[in-house]
Design a protein around this ligand. Sequence first.
Ligand code: NAP
Length: 234
Amino acid sequence: MSSNPAVPARPIAIIGGTGPAGMGLALRWARAGETIIIGSRDEQRAQLAAAAIQLKVGNQANVSGMENGAACSAADILVLTVPFEGQAALLKQLKPAMTEGSILIDATVPLAASLGGRASRTLGVWQGSAAQQTAELVPREVSVVAAFHNVSADLLQGDAPLDCDVIVCSDDPDAAQLTRELAAKIPGVRAIDGGRLENARIVEQITALLIGLNIRHKGHAGIRITGLPPAAYR
Ligand SMILES: NC(=O)c1ccc[n+]([C@@H]2O[C@H](COP(=O)([O-])OP(=O)(O)OC[C@H]3O[C@@H](n4cnc5c(N)ncnc54)[C@H](OP(=O)(O)O)[C@@H]3O)[C@@H](O)[C@H]2O)c1
């Protein structure tokens, strides 16, 4: 990740990047000049998804597609956008491919729909949150950040600026700061330090509320946090 053209960009690998959430983040970051690797269980599906982003963004886009394990090995900024039911097994499988010092940004929401329940409810997670479960499953040298739970994937895949704040939670301040910088590259998004990773439990649950609001009012709800000093909003 760099705004200086002389410094080579750090690729961002989006694991499970072929779904709406991953595709939306990939699109916005590709437009911002980031180097993106779309990860998938199927290499060909990843390449098709990458080609779709390339088509939307144009020749300047730097997007490729790889099988999830190869994507993990090729990047030290990883973004996890898979359904909760697949999260643990996938992380166990990918663990050996993760490099020391990597950052894993987890957007997983433990929705009850993952196990046949309602989309507007969350499941109880033994560790406290999906992000804390992730932290237990990755190598010790990988920093976990929770972010992007409350952003609508539909809106991310569009062209308009988003009307949404992104709350970023992590026990690693440097990883959290890098994530806030990435979030702020999405037009309309303000990134806010949400404190320790354990707060992800609350942020993940807000998504279930937003889904319920979307069902009731037929919209794409997001969140805005008000009343903080300007320096709190990146
Ligand atoms: N949709 C939203 O608006 C939104 C917003 C914020 C956060 N989120 C969260 O972000 C995550 C992804 O959301 P999404 O709507 O993009 O999900 P999705 O479409 O259901 O899944 C994303 C991708 O994950 C892979 N995948 C599916 N099942 C898997 C499994 N059992 N094991 C491993 N990989 C699997 C698939 O890619 P391949 O088949 O190509 O491997 C799929 O394209 C979820 O946890 C969701 O709660 C979603």
